[in-house]
Write a protein that binds this ligand. Structure first.
Ligand code: UDP
Ligand code: MN
Length: 452
């Protein structure tokens, strides 16, 4: 008996030893091979290629003047982030080719996104006073609308799982996912399969053709059953108690539209970083910007938890009462892809009897991309046409101020706006002069050369 045990032990260790040795040889071999295939790409290679990509877009849009086709809206170029040429977030000379390819495809570091996987915990970035706040158990319930086009799977999934983890069930009616004709395979069957995890809280709508963000949101909203529509991008991570302050503000006044404070997720490292308290504004090119809120503006009893009046919304993330959204005319259906829609809706809210606030106690992280994958000439021109629609419907005689900056755009067609002009009349909206005087006087003082 003993002999048998000793023999078994001996043969067992021998087999184990042989397998370990084989494994070692295999791992070493594949490591060497990987090193051979990984011909390092230098940062300057990356920059040259990135510049080439951008130049291609500009070159192919000759009919539109060059400086204007690089148009980007809001936090598409986030002034709060540090600029760095490295896509990996490290200051090394070499960029992993996989990181680089993925960066071009998705606009951020998807290698790190894959490592982070389906879910992570993000730091609570709220002011301490926010944690003291209590919200009623009964509030309007939310339908969260998330549109995506060719999104990176893990980023999309983290958006969903962060919502499911940090939103009390009784405030969440549903999440409506609108796939705007994505082409990537993992967003098809695999996504269907993975969504089953969320046990029926998610409605998935697949567009039959690419509609663009603006119309996709309206499609999503038309399926909503909840009282409040909450729009999110497909690469966000919500923070603690993010939804309650938004729902609470709307419950007090349904004509109040609210944005969480957007924390910044670094496109290179995916690190989640807190944002200072900011409000949304725009310049005479209608480019959205963040604007500092001074500490004396938060002096009252509510301190840094006080909602901040905001002349404009960043676009991607906001909450609005569903009936109010319909009443004030949703979005302009004549707009394509995205761009300008946030300024248009902001003007419409303020000028037609509503109000817009940033709520600092509600925090949502968003991956800010400086490189937008899939930009085409068609898309660039569409964005400009969207801007023109805003100018012609809402800017009254201040439209000359816009064209003063960009005279060549006067010649670009922008489609039929009669329905939107009619809407403005029907809603009895105030003048752009009223908006400048009452909501955003800083813009008028920025007129350098008043041409009229
Ligand atoms: N999106 C879409 N269809 C489009 C363009 C964008 O559904 O034609 C989605 C996109 O996947 C994202 C959201 O709309 O979830 C906002 O787009 P993006 O993040 O590119 O805008 P940014 O954050 O850069 O302003
Ligand atoms: Mn986005």
């Amino acid at each position: 008996m003993r002999d048998t045990v000793v023999r078994r032990l001996f043969y067992g260790s021998l087999t184990f030893g042989i397998w370990t040795a084989l494994l070692f040889v295999y791992v070493h071999h594949s490591h060497v091979n990987n090193q051979k295939n990984n011909i390092p790409v230098t940062r300057s290679d990356f920059l040259t290629l990135k510049t080439n990509v951008q130049e291609k877009i500009i070159d192919s849009s000759e009919q539109v003047t060059k400086p204007q086709v690089t148009d980007k809206t809001p936090y598409r170029a986030d002034p709060r982030k540090q600029t760095s040429s490295s896509v990996s977030g490290e200051d090394s000379e070499y960029v992993d080719p996989d990181v680089y390819d993925a960066f071009l495809k998705y606009g951020f570091n998807t290698i790190i996104s894959k490592i982070l996987g389906n879910h992570r915990n993000v730091p609570d970035t709220r002011d301490k006073m926010c944690a003291q706040k209590r919200y009623p158990f009964r509030l309007p319930v939310a339908s969260i609308v998330i549109c995506f086009h060719n999104e990176e799977f893990n980023a999309l999934f983290r958006t969903l799982s962060s919502i499911m983890t940090l939103t009390p069930d009784h405030y969440l009616e549903e999440i409506i996912l609108v796939d705007d004709m994505s082409e990537f395979d993992d967003l098809k069957e695999r996504l269907n399969h993975q969504l089953e995890l969320f046990r029926g809280k998610i409605k998935l709508i697949r567009n039959k053709k690419r509609e663009g963000l603006i119309r996709s949101r309206m499609i999503g909203a038309s399926h909503a059953v909840g009282d409040v529509l909450v729009f999110l991008d497909s690469h966000c991570e919500v923070n603690k108690v993010w939804l309650e302050p938004l729902l609470y503000a709307i419950s007090k006044d349904p004509k109040v539209v609210v944005c969480p404070l957007l924390d910044y997720i670094d496109e290179r490292t995916l690190e989640y970083k807190p944002s200072p308290v900011v409000r949304g504004v725009f310049d005479w090119n209608l480019h959205f910007k963040w604007d500092t809120v001074f500490s004396y503006e938060m002096d009252g009893p509510e301190g840094p938890t006080k909602p901040i009046r905001s002349p404009a919304m960043p676009g991607g993330v906001f909450a609005i009462d569903k009936h109010y959204f319909n009443e004030i005319g949703q979005y302009d259906k004549g707009m394509e892809f995205w761009g300008g829609e946030n300024v248009e809706l902001s003007l419409r809210i303020w000028m037609c009897g509503g109000q817009l606030f940033v709520i600092p106690c509600s925090r949502v992280g968003h991956i800010s991309r400086s490189h937008l994958p899939g930009s085409s000439r068609e898309m660039q021109e569409a964005i400009l046409r969207n801007y023109l629609r805003v100018v012609h419907v809402w800017l009254d005689n201040y439209k000359e101020q816009f064209f003063h900056q960009r005279p060549t755009l006067k010649l670009l067609p922008y489609g039929n706006i009669s329905e939107r002009v009619e809407l403005r009349k029907r809603l009895g909206c105030k003048s752009f002069q009223w908006y400048l005087d009452t909501v955003f006087p800083e813009l008028e003082s920025n007129i350098e050369n008043k041409p009229f």
